[in-house]
Design a protein around this ligand. Structure first.
Ligand code: ADP
Ligand code: AMP
Length: 213
């Protein structure tokens, strides 16, 4: 079974959802640069303040910041046996910098999650999160009590960047960046296409088949 996995796909494809499942299966950490940046925002750090403005506009945070965050995180002991990367690398320059700065940065598998645009928009607009990062969907994965996190009882909200306007920008950025990134991992021989439509458990099953090969 492979242990180092990069998840590629549009915002709202279900990367975080699948990453948590695979991290559990494989016993490796789920590393999401978006979650790390939101933690900086929540902590009110200088980086968080700078990043918040960019994130709320739907643009990408500068490469050197996210590459440094990822390298630092993956250098910790718990990532020695592998990792699931979610939302990073986001453009080919990040992948190249990552490979320059981190030995073993080429994943065993890059799963390229394919979902149609309408479904992505349904998933993003219905997403609800709690302040500790637990993720729900109003239709496909609702909490037991509306608006309240099952895990910690905290109030669920929409992410600030899950508004219609910002989502349109994030999808535009994604479309610009994904082609060269997919080519890069294809040339390295690690790209696998994953049909990410349908129920999350079905997507998880298909992903497990691909990473077991
Ligand atoms: P990403 O990390 O790619 O932005 P998430 O994992 O946060 O995406 O998923 C986006 C939303 O879609 C969340 O509300 C999640 O609960 C929901 N979701 C994830 N996978 C599926 C699926 N296969 N079918 C329906 N909804 C899903
Ligand atoms: P995500 O949680 O992956 O949807 O990311 C939310 C936002 O965080 C993005 O729209 C970017 O502004 C920022 N971000 C997350 N990961 C990266 C990355 N690898 N490169 C640049 N910006 C990122």
């Amino acid at each position: 079974m492979v242990r180092r996995i990069v998840l590629l796909g549009p915002p709202g494809a279900g990367k975080g959802t699948l990453a948590r499942q695979l991290a559990d299966d494989l016993g490796v950490p789920h590393v999401a640069t978006g979650d790390m940046l939101r933690a900086e925002v929540a902590d009110g750090t200088d980086l968080g303040r700078r990043a918040k403005k960019i994130m709320d506009s739907g643009e990408l945070v500068p490469d050197e910041i996210v590459v440094e965050m990822a390298v630092e995180r993956l250098s910790r002991a718990d990532a020695a046996a592998g990792w699931i990367l979610d939302g990073f690398p986001r453009e080919v320059e990040q992948a190249i910098d990552f490979e320059r700065q981190f030995a073993g940065a080429v994943p065993d598998t890059a799963l390229y999650m394919r979902v149609d645009r309408e479904e992505v928009i349904r998933r993003i607009t219905g997403r609800r999160v709690c302040p500790r990062g637990h993720v729900y969907h109003v239709e496909s994965n609702p909490p037991r009590t509306e608006g309240v996190c099952d895990e910690d009882g905290l109030r669920l909200t929409q992410r600030d960047d899950d508004t219609q306007e910002v989502v349109a920008k994030r999808l535009e950025v994604y479309v610009e960046e994904i082609g060269p990134l997919v080519t890069h991992y294809d040339e390295l021989g690690v790209l696998r296409r994953l049909d990410a439509s349908g129920h999350a458990d079905a997507v998880h099953g298909r992903a497990l088949e691909l990473v077991s090969k």
